[in-house]
Write a protein that binds this ligand. Structure first.
Ligand SMILES: C[S@@+](CC[C@H](N)C(=O)[O-])C[C@H]1O[C@@H](n2cnc3c(N)ncnc32)[C@H](O)[C@@H]1O
Length: 200
């Protein structure tokens, strides 16, 4: 049973705006239009990818996310959904890996093997588009209540994020620091690194 906060989050984000990074990343894909959306949530990015001609594999640890997406994409055969954690998921071969705001919740001890799977599922020239939680985000502080959302938070320093991309060509790297109301209403300080990169 997801928390009320998670359901509220899915309600608030199912039709959210598509981030510039994903639009940019889609434009950089040269291989077959096949993508995986890691931690797909309510499916905003899947919708964008499918409407741009991509076959999309989406997975999420939350049953509610997968049920919502199954209903939402029931008429689109090329969207394949699975309930899975990052560490359990068997990544298909794709040209684009999307992980928007989702690796924020990958247990740090599991991240190295997940990151290896991301690398392995991409061909040379394949594209990664995603974001990482910085140390000054509200979720990285004691104000984060793991009972409301997902139990573990993975925080990355800037150098640590940059090191992840040693075997990629970084096409875009941005640090975002903003404050305001989070989906659901609470005040939030965001500190996020977003990256679009090409496997070399
Ligand atoms: C902040 S939401 C982002 C959702 C979506 N990517 C978006 O941008 O709208 C984080 C997502 O990661 C999923 N998630 C959390 N822990 C996970 C795990 N261990 N494995 C897979 N997905 C996970 C959550 O269920 C949630 O849908």
């Amino acid at each position: 049973m997801p928390s009320a906060a998670i359901s509220k989050y899915f309600d608030a984000t199912e039709n959210r705006n598509i981030r510039d990074d994903l639009i940019f990343a889609v434009d950089k894909v040269t291989g077959p239009k096949v993508a995986v959306d890691c931690g797909c949530g309510a499916g905003a990015d899947i919708q964008y990818l499918a409407s741009n001609g991509f076959a999309v594999y989406g997975f999420d640890v939350e049953e509610e996310a997968i049920l919502r997406c199954k209903e939402r994409f029931k008429d689109i055969q090329s969207v394949k959904l699975s309930r899975s954690s990052f560490s359990q998921y068997e990544f298909p071969n794709v040209s684009l890996v999307v992980a928007d705001a989702s690796f924020f919740f990958c247990p740090k001890s599991e991240f190295p093997s997940v990151w290896r799977k991301v690398y392995d599922c991409l061909p040379q020239g394949g594209i990664f588009s995603g974001s990482f939680l910085g140390p000054d985000d509200t979720m990285a502080s004691s104000k984060y209540n793991p009972d409301d959302f997902w139990p573990e938070v993975a925080v990355f320093g800037e150098d640590e994020v940059k090191k992840l991309f040693a075997k990629y060509q970084v096409l875009r790297f941005n640090e975002h620091r903003t404050s305001g109301a989070a989906p659901g209403g609470d005040l939030h300080d965001w500190h996020i690194y977003s990256v679009v990169a090409k496997k070399t």
